[in-house]
Design a protein around this ligand. Structure first.
Ligand code: CTP
Ligand code: MG
Length: 234
């Protein structure tokens, strides 16, 4: 079965602060999106990458794809994104040609995911899992709180057993039909694709995630990403 990667890159990056759309900001002089595309195309399994561009940035993204060296064996499609990540992924899925039975969904905001993580996700889907997420144990203790008025202290109501919690990353890998069905059925707001599959009652499994697959969300994450890149270039 052939494998395609959908890269949602249409977010503004509000938490990163003012500037260009997050996916188009530079990391080591190269747009974050290009790093993310290279990370997907680095996997021998991936033969098509669908980039879901900022709504007004599709032409700019096409220009970038021509300007940066990318593997010849990979095809690229660019589509404009939507208001939410969920909508953007759906728009990417709508643009998938027939013949790709395995789909990876990978955040442009995780530019440094190693190829071994990508390959591990693909392998688990090939072995029959309908949905696969890279996951890592948590470093911090996690508390559940009760909502409070702004500025008021939030009462803690529970401390879930950390040993059973995981922070999940992307790429998340899916049997295409399962993911398409989930996006056509689930209407709740979600922050990842696997949770939509969970809502259908299908099994989602984890594979080991990687520290370098962290999401660039806040300004400090850019500092870390630059440091990781600099270390790779040594
Ligand atoms: N994304 C998208 N379309 C949207 C919103 C988000 O394609 N309407 C993408 C982002 O470009 C990113 C990924 O989803 O690659 C994960 O989202 P997040 O890290 O939250 O990025 P942003 O939404 O851009 O950031 P923020 O929430 O801080 O605005
Ligand atoms: Mg967001």
């Amino acid at each position: 079965a052939r494998t395609a990667a959908v890269i949602p890159a249409a977010g503004r990056g509000v938490r990163l602060g003012p500037g260009a759309p997050k996916a188009l900001r530079a990391l080591g002089g190269t747009p974050m999106l290009i790093h993310a595309i290279r990370a997907m195309a680095a996997s021998r399994a991936v033969s098509l990458v669908v980039v879901v561009a900022p709504p007004e940035g599709a032409a700019e993204v096409r220009t970038l794809l021509d300007a940066y060296a990318l593997p010849d064996r990979t095809d690229f499609v660019v589509v404009p994104g939507g208001e939410t990540r969920q909508e953007s992924v759906k728009l990417g899925l709508d643009a998938l040609p027939p013949g790709f039975d395995i789909v990876l969904v990978h955040d442009a905001a995780r530019p440094l995911v190693p190829v071994d993580t990508v390959d591990a996700v693909v392998a688990a889907v090939r072995e029959g899992a309908p949905a696969v997420v890279p996951a890592l144990p948590l470093a911090d203790t996690v508390k559940q709180v009760e909502p409070a008025a702004p500025g008021e202290p939030e009462p803690v109501v529970a401390t879930p057993d950390r040993s059973l919690l995981r922070a999940v990353q992307t790429p998340q890998g899916f049997d295409r039909a399962t993911l398409v069905h989930a996006h056509e059925t689930v209407t709740d707001d979600v922050t990842d694709d696997a949770s939509m599959v969970e809502q259908l009652g299908r099994t989602v499994v984890t594979v080991p995630g990687h520290e370098e697959a962290f999401k660039v969300t806040r300004p400090l994450d850019l500092v870390l990403a630059e440091a990781v890149l600099a270390r790779r270039r040594l």
